[in-house]
Design a protein around this ligand. Structure first.
Ligand code: HSE
Length: 429
């Protein structure tokens, strides 16, 4: 059976997808009786298309050529962005084509509009590559784990941030210098905002939390903090206490509400996620029947991501061979089925606090007094000797308390005269 594919966007992931489809063409024919035919590839310029035309593929700079081609039954959107891909996907689904994308920002922002459209048109709309690159976490949540309820998710879903924090931890380097190095090596984008400010992680967490809870978790309601404010001192203190600092996406259900947030967190050194280093991604799930489980691997990159795109294409092809069209139900991914998000002030954590103060009598007493007025109990404290008179670093670890109380306490502490800079706060997970 011939299956025509149109690919929009032939950058890194698009060209990897072409390579894998060509490399495994005979294998898929033999294994599934499916002949995947790349009917057309689409890019902005003829220059970008040249290497694909040299392979004998048909190239076009007009997306409409894919939409109107009756031989194409699967449209693969790998161009990135929001508005244009949204309109292409709407067109493709309306024209009766199946769609595969790797676009996490698009799913987080417009999934609630696009999944109902796919269902209405009885077409597949698959996005395995959108979270965790090649890690098959989407299909795990959609299919393999349906015998379970997902109680919580903790995940490292941005390779750039994980690389930066790992380098800072292993080399004792500062954030800015590691970021600059990562950019020169091509690991971090020239504009690293989406990655280092936690936005990319929040797009992916919104998707995972929606799949995990079967309620729509709106990306705009997720509390997001990035890693710019983490410094070498925090990482060194964390290590001394037996912890590592990771940028985590966190999801759980708390008394019927959804706790979904992205922020740097202190993880015990023996947690399964603690040893996930460098650009690796990992998703740690706790479910009712399976218990804890970890999936880890390459969260980005040409072939890892393309392998997930191809898996979606093959999944659609296999459904087609059987003659049936039963897309995975995604009805819950809809604005009419919203998760009730727990405000960050109502979440509870133990906290790491770093105070940079002048060395004066009464500093500790003043800080602990304010904490105790909010009912916050200090569990341990570190203050090293031989620090400068005008700049002393004090680290405190608190017991679990409501974040709202902690915020009120820090607001007051930050007004104290001896504070050299605002207190730093990192949550334990
Ligand atoms: N920029 C992402 C990362 C990969 O650094 O993990 C694509 O989502």
């Amino acid at each position: 059976m011939q299956i025509g594919i149109g690919i929009i966007g032939v950058g890194t992931v698009g060209s990897g997808t072409v390579d894998i489809l060509l490399e495994k063409k005979a294998y898929y024919q033999e294994l599934y009786g499916l002949d995947f035919n790349i009917t057309m590839v689409c890019a902005r310029t003829d220059e970008e298309l040249a290497p694909f035309r040299a392979l004998g593929l048909t190239g076009s700079t007009q997306v409409q050529d894919i939409m109107t081609n009756p031989a194409i039954s699967i449209v693969v959107e790998l161009a990135g962005g929001y508005e244009l891909p949204k309109s292409w996907i709407e067109q493709a689904l309306t024209a009766g084509k199946h769609v595969v994308t790797a676009n996490k920002a698009l799913i987080a922002k417009y999934g609630a509009q696009l999944f109902p459209l796919a269902a209405k048109n009885k077409r597949h709309f698959l996005f395995e590559a959108a979270v965790g690159g090649g890690i098959p976490i989407i299909r795990s949540l959609q299919e393999a784990l349906t015998g379970n309820s997902v109680n919580s998710i903790k995940c490292i879903i941005n390779g750039t941030c994980n690389y930066i924090l790992t380098e800072m931890s292993q080399k004792g380097s500062a954030f800015a210098s590691v970021l600059a190095e990562a950019q020169s090596l091509g690991y971090a984008e020239a504009d690293p905002t989406f990655d280092v400010d936690g936005i990319d992680s929040a797009h992916k967490l919104a998707i995972l939390a929606t799949l995990g809870s079967k309620q729509y978790v709106d990306f705009n309601k997720i509390h997001i903090e990035g890693i710019r404010r983490i410094n070498e001192t925090d990482i060194a203190f964390a290590r001394e206490m037996g912890f590592v600092i990771k940028l985590l996406g966190v999801f759980s259900k708390v008394e019927g509400k959804t706790d979904a947030r992205v922020h740097p967190a202190l993880l015990p050194g023996d947690h399964l996620l603690a040893s996930v280093n460098g650009v690796l991604n990992a998703v740690y799930l706790e479910t009712d029947h399976l218990g804890p489980t970890l999936q880890t691997g390459a969260g980005a990159g040409k072939y890892p991501t393309a392998s997930a795109v191809v898996a979606d294409i093959v999944a659609i092809g296999r459904q087609g061979v059987k003659g049936g069209m039963s897309p995975i139900p995604m009805d819950f991914f809809s604005e009419g089925n919203p998760a009730d998000l727990l405000p960050i002030e109502e979440t509870s954590s133990a906290f790491y606090l770093r105070f940079t103060t002048r060395d004066e009598t009464g500093v500790l007493a003043s800080i602990t007094k304010i904490l105790s007025q909010q009912g916050i109990s200090v569990e341990s404290m570190i203050q090293k000797g031989h620090q400068k008179k005008d700049r002393v670093v004090i680290v405190m670890v608190t017991q679990v308390c409501k974040e709202g109380l902690m915020r009120q306490a820090l607001e007051q502490i930050n007004t104290l005269n001896f504070m050299v800079q605002p207190a730093a706060m990192i949550r334990f997970i």
